[in-house]
Design a protein around this ligand. Structure first.
Ligand code: 48N
Length: 322
């Protein structure tokens, strides 16, 4: 079969209702609006070509958006620190409840999701104890019902579904590969503590920069002002329990509670029930909270992360509406 004629530089024919009209003329795949179907590529790869581009267009397409977001979210309504299962669950609940609020998520890792890409060790399935199945149903994540608990066939199915829904909210911006390396504070003296503060935002830097302050000097950070910060930075990893440890080092908390040994039945109730505003302007949820109250850890079960996120969002809106 002779190769089809070179792709003609014509727009794909579109009929009156905007759908592609299939022709036997090989057409260049145009941008959105009159894109040909995938079927039009079948068997025509020899003549296939992408639309033209100049490298600077790619650079500008990325940088214009990123710097517009940095400008827009420099003043955020709520900042969520940590895009693990708790932080993402919090973001989902807030994004759904308050589309009017500007919500910035700061995630130190390049890939958000924290510890929720595997069920435990290197096993894929994710266990959630009831009633956390209600959150899975809200997201439309299928699971096997095992009575008192449910099992998602792969943890990545939960995390990717949750992440995609969070990122789809127009009022939520994820800044990944970006670490919170300090908290913005304002004096908020009380009768018992003249040095008490209110949290008023976060101090950020590229994560790789944050990890090299010991061997490179004067790499100053950026900032995001926000009247409310929700910290869900987990209990492990290079920055684990970040905000709680920073509160201790700035004498806003007396000491770390110290996460206790594994006890699923104790840990999950404690984390969900304990999710709260720990100091004015800072709500702590997920496993970071175990470093406040000394809660047990629960190991490879994630219902508490999801429902701590649900409660963190509720706490945040309570504080917001005070
Ligand atoms: O998944 P994590 O670590 O935290 P959670 O609380 O969302 O979920 C915890 C859960 O995965 C468990 O640990 C399970 C249930 N096991 C319990 C157990 O007993 O072992 O996510 C925290 C996220 C991570 O993605 C970090 O990269 C990020 O927070 N992070 C930060 N992001 C920005 N700035 C920081 N300073 C920072 N610190 C951590």
């Amino acid at each position: 079969m002779s190769p089809p004629a070179a792709i003609l530089d014509v727009a794909a024919p579109v009929n009156g209702n905007g759908t592609y009209v299939k022709t036997d003329m090989p057409v260049k795949l145009q941008a959105k609006g009159n894109a040909a179907s995938l079927a039009d590529m079948e068997g025509k790869w020899d003549a296939f070509t992408f639309n033209p581009i100049r490298e600077s267009q790619v650079s500008r397409a990325m940088t214009r958006r990123y710097f517009a977001d940095l400008d827009n979210y420099a003043e955020s309504d709520i900042v969520i620190v940590g895009a693990g299962s708790c932080g993402l669950s919090t973001a989902y609940m807030l994004g759904k409840a308050r589309p009017d609020l500007k919500i910035a998520i700061i995630e130190a890792g390049v890939s958000p999701g924290g510890g929720a890409w595997l069920g435990g060790q290197l096993f894929s399935a994710m266990v959630m104890r009831k009633p956390a199945d209600v959150f899975l149903a809200e997201l439309g994540v299928p699971y096997d019902d095992e009575g008192d608990f449910v099992v998602v066939k792969h943890a990545a199915l939960f995390t990717s579904t949750l992440l995609s829904k969070v990122l789809a909210f127009p009022n939520i911006k994820l800044f990944n590969a970006t670490a919170v390396e300090d908290l913005i504070t304002r004096p908020a003296p009380t009768a018992s503590d003249p040095h008490a503060v209110r949290i008023a935002g976060v101090v950020t830097n590229w994560t790789l920069v944050s990890m090299h302050h010991d061997d490179q000097s004067c790499m100053d950070p950026n900032t995001i002002n926000a009247p409310l910060v929700i910290s869900t930075t987990g209990h492990d990893g290079p920055f684990g329990a970040f905000s709680v440890k920073r509160l201790v080092s700035m004498q806003q908390l007396e000491k770390l509670g110290g996460m206790r040994g594994l006890d699923m039945r104790t840990a999950e109730d404690a984390i969900v029930k304990g999710t709260r505003e720990v100091v004015p302007g800072l709500v702590v949820g997920g496993m970071e909270l175990s470093e406040v109250d000394g809660a047990n850890r629960m190991g490879p079960t994630f219902g508490a992360m999801a429902l701590s996120g649900v409660k963190a969002a509720e706490e945040a809106l309570r504080v917001w509406e005070e």
